[in-house]
Design a binder for this molecule. Sequence first.
Ligand code: ADP
Ligand code: MG
Length: 536
Amino acid sequence: MSQVLGGQPIIILKEGTTQTRGQEALGNNIAAANAVANAVRSTLGPRGMDKMLVSGIGDIVITNDGATIVDEMDIEHPAAKMMVEIAKTQDQEAGDGTTTAVVLAGELLSEAQKLVADSVHPTVIAAGYQLAAGRASAFLDSIAKSVGPSDTALLRRIAMTAMTGKGAEVAMDQFADMIVRAIGMVVEEDGTVDPDFVKVEKKVGGSFDDSVLVEGIVLIKERVHPAMPKRVENARILLLNVPIEYRKPESNAKIRLTAPGQEQAFIENDERMSREIAEKVIRTGANVILSQKGIDDLAQHHLAKAGILAVRRLKTSDLKRLARATGASIMTTLDDIQPESLGYAGLVEERIMAADEVIVVERCQNPRAVTILLHGGTEHAVDELERAVHDAVRVVGVVVEDGKYVVGGGAPEIALARDLREFAVTIGGREQLAVEAFARALEAIPRTIAENAGIDPVDALVALRAAHEAGDRSAGIDILSGEASDMEALGIVEPLRVKKQAIASATEAAVMILRIDDIIASSKEQGSEGEAAGDY
Ligand code: ADP
Ligand code: MG
């Protein structure tokens, strides 16, 4: 890039930097963002297809989950990366609706491109989109319905809607029931839900039917020493984030053994120190020790002799859950452990589940941290089941927390589009065009759900519009008949937050991309030639 000043070009950017401006820049960005939207489009809805993703080292993931797909794709282009961000934000905030958010952002940008071609300035479109998004959010609030934590039938339907199309169909009732019970056990008194306290653990082996909800915590671990008890009732549990081991003090001084027997003395000293450390732990009165860190061989031996069941190298997340379920404190030092620091569980037991050892911590006084242990015949099946259950756990948590839901199946998008068209005429000017474009973009959701289910998208849209026109705001796509049906009656229901967040994050990304009219890209660091920045 150079500027001319008094006839002399002034170079302000490093050599190799490329610059793309105006419509060309916007066109590039939109094309890249749309490429991401197109990659997930065919997975949307209950009849969406799966994607097989093969990594550079040959690992295979088969999924229908938008967040997983964009996460696994190796994306370089900055505008495309924004689309990945949308999926991530959506997943974090609402736990579901990632594909919807990405597809919607792509549609908003395609619509914007048409308006730009008609000489509507991108800033005007951005402003119109923001107006529309604000209106949409308020409208969704106005059509949302209430659901309480004890409304388990409805909560189960919400779980099932989130799992539809994700390979969990065969045993969906069973999973929905487990998920709703699990959330019911971890909900706080103030009504908030931390979905991390529903642990979803998976094991290859057995079938989906072998999956269980454990009112407590399942650790995919074994006890550290075979001489330890397999089963401890009335467990007094010590949680550690510190190793049980004797480390010789480090020193550079060399010790010269001068007399016979001295070597033996050193070994004995080590053994004594090690025993003292183990005894410190034993004196706490704990009969179960669950540690995030290691336990050395000698300590294992002493603990086993004392009849203690010990497990080592646990994940931080598991330790936190254990603390919550058992009431134990996580100790970071072995000195000064008080009886109050120990937790309680009615039973800690090493068990075989689908041919593998696991440690189960259950009968806690107040479970408040539970595990859904999934089984399935193959790794890919269990992985996809885990993603479906994960989404459903999040979604039920979200809806219990917010107490608000909307119907699905494209019904809210159609209702929103209608409302936005009415709203658009009150705005006038060019922003009106943007609000109308926003309405069309929303209709892409039911259109795509229909298309992916093998239903003629134009017919579907016409039928839906007519039903809404006639006052049926719950009319969405019945994927079996292809007709407009009452989604409430079919039990296709979703958390309000999923829809609101999808619109908010899609709009945010579209607006951000629309405002960019200048791409200045530095040349890549050496070592990656051939991938020049001008490649987008
Ligand atoms: P996302 O990642 O956006 O959640 P999904 O593939 O899960 O994508 O599809 C979600 C969409 O499918 C939502 O609009 C939801 O209402 C709709 N949907 C789910 N189940 C059904 C169903 N049985 N019939 C019609 N639409 C459904
Ligand atoms: Mg979904």
